[in-house]
Design a protein around this ligand. Structure first.
Ligand code: ZN
Length: 433
């Protein structure tokens, strides 16, 4: 698969300020990122916007070293801003990716602060007193204490949901909830079925992330939690891409440039208001620039002229096809007290591999075929080692809490493109449709 799937013939028309920021980013990339430096050398001239190829996640992962700016090579690397010793620190974050592409992300402390501040403003526009300590995350929550999957937020059994809800109502009383559709629907179903009394606990709003949410699901969650749901579209690479305004239009963030391309022809179709693949450029990320980077999502853009909120930023409409089929994400087990999303288990396995410097695959998917039999599909990276098999089995058995059998099946990129159209990281053949 080549990286130049599309060469658009023109640069998008941008407000002057955005245009200047984009020029600055492109000059930075052409001057300090090995891949773009070589591209400039080959062209024998400065790079124009149309010289920048569209980059797939797979390609980005395989060529990561070439995609980092050399300006930060003397920076220390830390996993959290809290443990950063000096301002010259890159924060390393890792996503195992909902479609199975595990990616390492590096940001300077400044970039991270800027991206986080932008997201904060969107939240504060909905609830003026917003602060992160008033928000409870059902996902990406590193503070919630649990001993095993049984009492973790990942366990969506009724028993555990009841416990978590009681704890939220009586102890934490968060003003804002943050979660993906699957979790929010499970919790709402529980409230509805058991007539769970929220008492005087008041939720100012719910931030829905990671998956698209249908109008019907949104209404259900809003009724059960007696609040309003706001959509947030983002990614670990650059945090917020778009956020719902008070009229529930998903306006693009001021720090990104989004293009839409035809998935079949590779043609840029941003202006056509027809659905295509989302191509992202972040105007903030410098340590690891994302320029014309394919997110793997499908959407179309529309003008915001009709939105009464007055935000001139365009509105993105994410496709329903992006919706995760959550039944297939549930891991089937004999333990009736356990209803875990299989994605969580195998994302943890990948995280442990990557943080233990055993980052050997550029894509993976897991299929549960029997209660204790898992098929692991993967694409090797150049540095692949057989240690992957040993460690994957060891970590997976630890996360699953018992012995299991694994069948490893190597795939090529063409096959994976077909698989990814239908599936997400994990599916279980034992779940009913
Ligand atoms: Zn609006």
């Amino acid at each position: 698969m080549s990286i130049t799937e599309m060469l658009s013939t023109h640069r998008p028309t941008l407000p002057q300020e955005v245009s200047a920021r984009l020029d600055d980013l492109l000059a930075h990339a052409a001057g300090t990122v090995a891949f773009y430096m070589r591209l400039r050398e080959q062209k024998g001239r400065d790079l124009a916007w149309t010289d920048f190829p569209v980059i797939t996640k797979k390609w980005f992962i395989d060529n990561l070293d070439d995609m980092l700016s050399n300006r930060y090579s003397d920076y220390a690397v830390s996993h959290s801003p809290k443990s950063a010793g000096s301002p010259k620190t890159l924060i390393h974050e890792f996503t195992s990716g909902s479609s199975g592409y595990p990616l390492r992300c590096y940001k300077t402390l400044q970039e991270r602060t800027r991206l986080a501040l932008s997201l904060h403003k969107k939240r504060a526009a909905i609830y003026r007193e917003f602060s992160t300590d008033k928000m409870f995350g059902f996902i990406h929550n590193t503070e919630f204490e649990s001993n095993s999957y049984i009492d973790s937020l990942g366990n969506l059994s009724e028993e555990n949901i009841g416990k978590v809800l009681t704890y939220l109502r009586d102890v934490v009383r968060p003003a804002v909830l943050h979660g993906n559709t699957m979790v929010l629907v499970y919790y709402s179903d529980y409230i509805n079925k058991h007539d769970f009394d929220l008492g005087s606990w008041r939720v100012e709003f719910i931030e829905s992330v990671s998956e698209s949410i249908s109008d019907e699901q949104k209404r259900h969650v809003e009724e059960c939690f007696r609040t309003t749901v706001y959509d947030c579209y983002g990614c670990l690479e650059c945090y917020n891409i778009a956020y719902d305004c008070c009229f529930h239009n998903l306006h693009l963030n001021e720090n990104v440039l989004v293009e839409i391309i035809d998935p079949n022809t590779g043609e840029e179709i941003t202006e056509s208001e027809t659905e295509g693949e989302v191509v992202l450029t972040s105007l903030v990320n410098r340590a690891q620039p994302f320029i014309r980077y394919k997110t793997g999502d499908l959407a179309y853009l529309s003008d915001s002229a009709s939105c009464p909120c007055g935000n001139p930023a365009r509105v993105i409409h994410l496709s329903g096809r992006r919706k995760v089929d959550y039944i297939k994400l549930l891991y089937a087990t004999e333990n009736s007290k356990l209803t875990i999303c299989g994605y969580d288990i195998f994302a943890t396995v990948m995280y442990r591999l990557a943080t233990g410097r055993c980052d050997y695959v550029s894509w993976y998917n897991v299929i549960q075929k029997e209660l204790d039999l898992f098929e692991v599909l993967y694409i090797k990276k150049n540095n692949f080692s057989d240690l992957f098999f040993t460690l994957f089995v060891r970590y997976a058995e630890e996360e699953l809490g018992g012995p299991a059998r694994f069948e490893f099946v190597e795939k090529d990129e063409q096959e994976v493109l077909l698989i990814n159209r239908k599936n997400r990281v994990f599916r279980s053949l034992l779940q009913n449709d």
